[in-house]
Design a protein around this ligand. Structure first.
Ligand SMILES: [Fe+2]
Ligand SMILES: [Fe+2]
Length: 184
């Protein structure tokens, strides 16, 4: 079981590396929109669809399971953990807002460019801050618990879920995103 948990933590770290790449693409688009260029909203739509179907639907629930185990681990491990579900919820809400902007724009509605830039910047900032906190604090606490070999997490329910962009490159719904990741 210890090995599975170690692997799960490695998957979480890899998810973060992948999400960081996607956030870089989103940030570039946001910066060019801020300076007056017309963003590729179909690409932003793919990015936000990816964020909904993988990080929000798989990565964060996986973390919730890990953090629940940490909570059981005693007093030294629990600092800040109660904030995580609210953090994940807030990130998902900011993501939904941004998705709504982009869907409205793609449907021809008049959404102001500044509005998109503001929502996208907020989303990138918020998710980066959350990931950094996890990497520098929470993941290290999980490492420590693994060192004691006392952490057993049932990861079976996540085993069949693949990342549609980074693992299943063939997924046709993310062509633009995959192209921009390769050229970036
Ligand atoms: Fe998280
Ligand atoms: Fe995370």
């Amino acid at each position: 079981m210890g090995t599975d948990t170690r692997q799960l933590l490695e998957e979480l770290r890899e998810d973060h590396r992948n999400m960081a790449l996607v956030l870089n693409v989103l940030e570039e688009i946001t910066d060019s929109a801020r300076s007056g260029d017309d963003p590729d909203f179909d690409l932003v739509d793919e990015i936000m669809r990816y964020m909904t179907v993988y990080p929000d639907a798989v990565h964060h629930p996986k973390e919730d399971v890990v953090y629940d185990e940490l909570k059981k681990g005693g007093s030294g491990q629990v600092a800040g953990l109660d904030d995580v579900p609210a953090d994940h919820r807030e990130i998902a809400e900011l993501g939904t807002k941004l998705r709504d902007d982009v869907e409205a724009i793609n449907a021809g509605a008049a959404v102001r460019r500044e509005h998109f830039v503001e929502d996208a910047s907020k989303y990138v900032r918020r998710l980066r801050k959350h990931m950094l906190w996890e990497e520098e604090d929470l993941f290290k606490r999980v490492d420590e618990m693994l060192g004691e070999d006392s952490l057993a997490i049932d990861v079976e329910r996540f085993r069949h879920i693949k990342d549609p962009v980074f693992e299943l490159e063939i997924e046709s719904g993310f062509k633009r995103l995959m192209t921009s990741l390769k050229s970036g």
